[in-house]
Write a protein that binds this ligand. Structure first.
Ligand SMILES: [Zn+2]
Length: 593
């Protein structure tokens, strides 16, 4: 033990784990006391809200592993994987105008999706950076300029309201403008906020990881922009006013040189999935697996970009209901399935997923790296927020439409429980079952529903309905036994889309290829089509699951943002050429929209 002082808290916690683990498990029955114990550990101050990659995460993994692994019975496995948890500005950010240095974080700052790199080049002012055509109406800030290998200085937001017949909403995001500038050959982009857009002219904060483009992108203050513009005799307020009153682009060479270096650090963390396998006793059926899963991660201390509903509050988000409750029930099921009297024919995988709050990253990793052949996984039961059974006894179960038998099966089981079942068909949803549904596996998404403490520091252990949890865990145990006793696994059925609409990335689009993008894949220089939906345009054109889209109509696609941006430029009826990388081979597809 290196340094006793620092080691002590961990030592105390380890002893605490061992005692509670000893006390908690291996009773063979679903006990309210054990559920209470699991939640009081996982929603305690010491695990600090279980943020992926934090010491609280490590402690949670240790506790769950301890409980899952029972000597001589079950072995527990830990799958480690890396996630991007943040970006920050490195030490080497600099910028000079005509050899005059300006101040980092006062005069300029790189954007979170900027490339890291150096560029010394002339600056071209290109207005609002649009190349817009809609019927008669067009607005092209690049019409009379050549920005090849130059810096482009752009005004953020839009010059004119939609009332003037221009609909810039799909192309006015900073990222959209940067993609257009790169398409025009720019080697770097400088963004400045118009007075109308941000009177206080605050520099954009580097916050959340968001992939990266291939050129430096820097936000500068209006004061600095005016320095760049001074040889031309123009300044930002005057240019803003000119373009808005004359309702037309005005672009020109500023006559200034900017030499800048951007340095963005991607913050990665290691987190885990923890699982155990309870093998079946039937020589044949034991090759069929039922997965019971629950994510164990949560929001840590919350804050900006954490999905907290109190982003301005930095405090431990205990996540007792979300999702210490699901993990506690999963651990109790592991106990009763290992030590109870029930002898299972099929095999069970009980798994605690990491990084669910960061985009289902743990369950996606599990699906991409399954411990058993994916086709042997016959059903998945996802427990997420089952700790707040309400007086009306309502129990929500989603994904019911993803198998032919689920509805009647649940109602049959409920005869012994009397929950008010609220069943919904969709296979896709905001939790880990979505990763399994995406692979055509019948799913159950069990929850007691959201509440006002959801994703706030108030989601505490003392607010859990422990009696309700014991009942719900009993219900799941019955479901698991019923699935095990069925002669055949459930019959998979399509139950709605396999992914969220494009809403997450800049609003709905006019057209769709009908693919489910792989949001988790990064650094693949393209967009991986995780699922190509039969009957949709891409499928009809011969796109295959796993194809990596690298260009649309010859315009490069480096990631989801560029893909959504390019999609935003297309219209129903268009015929589009799409380049894909299929196992290293380039394939060109013609998609009819
Ligand atoms: Zn959750």
């Amino acid at each position: 033990m290196a340094n006793l002082k620092t080691g002590l808290p961990l030592l105390i916690f380890s002893v605490f784990i061992l005692i509670s683990a000893e006390l908690a498990s291996q009773t063979g029955v679903i006990s309210e006391k054990d559920i209470f114990k699991h939640i009081s550990v996982l929603a305690s101050d010491s695990v600090e809200g279980r943020f992926p990659g934090s010491s609280g995460d490590e402690k949670s993994v240790k506790y769950i592993s301890e409980i899952m692994s029972s000597p001589g019975k079950n072995h527990q496995y830990v799958q480690n994987f890396e996630i991007i948890t943040g970006v920050s500005a490195g030490k080497n950010n600099s910028l000079s105008i005509n050899d005059t240095q300006v101040v980092f974080n006062k005069d300029f700052a790189p954007l979170s999706f900027s490339a890291s790199g150096q560029l010394n080049a002339e600056v071209i002012f290109a207005g609002y950076g649009f190349d817009y055509n809609k019927g008669e109406i067009s607005w092209n800030d690049y019409a009379n300029i050549n920005v090849k290998n130059k810096w482009v200085l752009l005004l953020r937001d839009e010059p004119l309201p939609a009332t003037d017949g221009y609909d810039f909403k799909n192309i006015l995001q900073d990222r959209d403008k940067v993609i257009t500038a790169i398409d025009k050959g720019a080697a770097g982009v400088l963004l400045v906020s118009p007075t109308a857009f941000d009177k206080n002219d605050n520099l954009i904060e580097i916050k959340n990881p968001d992939g990266s483009v291939k050129v430096p992108v820097i936000h500068i203050t209006r004061n600095i922009a005016d320095k760049i513009l001074s040889p031309s005799g123009h300044n930002i307020p005057e240019l803003e006013n000119k373009i808005i009153t004359e309702k037309q682009p005005f672009s020109f060479n500023t006559g200034s040189f900017v030499n800048a270096n951007t340095d963005i650090e991607i913050i990665k963390a290691r987190t885990s999935n923890i699982y155990t396998i309870i093998e079946g006793n039937d020589p044949v059926l034991k090759n069929e697996y039922i997965v019971i899963g629950a994510h164990y991660d949560h929001l840590g201390f919350g804050g900006e970009g954490s999905n907290s509903r109190r982003p301005d509050t930095t405090a431990i988000h205990y996540g007792a209901d979300d999702n210490a409750s699901g993990v506690a029930a999963m651990l109790e099921l592991a106990d009763v399935l290992s030590y109870g009297n029930y002898k299972n024919s099929r095999s069970y995988i009980l798994v605690a997923f990491g990084a669910e709050e960061r985009g289902l990253l743990g369950s996606k990793y599990f699906i991409e790296n399954p411990p058993v052949p994916l086709q042997n996984i016959k059903e998945m039961i996802n427990l997420d927020m089952i700790g707040r059974l309400k007086p009306d006894n309502s129990l929500q179960i989603g994904g019911v439409g993803s198998s032919a038998e689920a509805d009647s099966l649940l109602n049959l089981i409920n005869k012994n429980f009397d929950f008010m079942l609220v069943l919904s068909p969709e296979g896709y949803g905001p939790s880990d079952h979505a990763s399994f549904y995406a692979k055509d596996i019948p799913v159950f998404f069990v929850s007691t529903g959201a509440h006002t403490d959801y994703h706030t520091p108030e989601d505490k252990a003392e607010k859990i309905n422990y009696k309700g949890m014991q009942l719900i865990t009993g219900f799941i145990f019955s479901l698991v036994k019923e699935l095990d006793n069925m002669p055949q696994p459930l019959t998979y059925k399509e139950a709605g889309p396999k992914a969220a609409s494009g809403a997450r990335h800049g609003g709905a689009r006019k057209v769709s290829f009908g693919i489910m993008p792989d949001f988790a894949a990064s650094d693949i220089n393209g967009l991986r089509a995780e699922i190509v939906t039969p009957g949709k345009p891409a499928y009809a054109a011969g796109m295959k699951n796993g194809d990596i889209i690298t260009a649309i109509n010859g315009n490069p696609v480096g990631d989801i943002q560029e893909y959504m941006f390019r999609l935003g430029q297309l219209n129903p009826g268009d015929q589009v050429t799409v380049d894909v990388n299929r196992d290293g081979e380039k394939v060109v597809l013609i998609i009819q929209l």
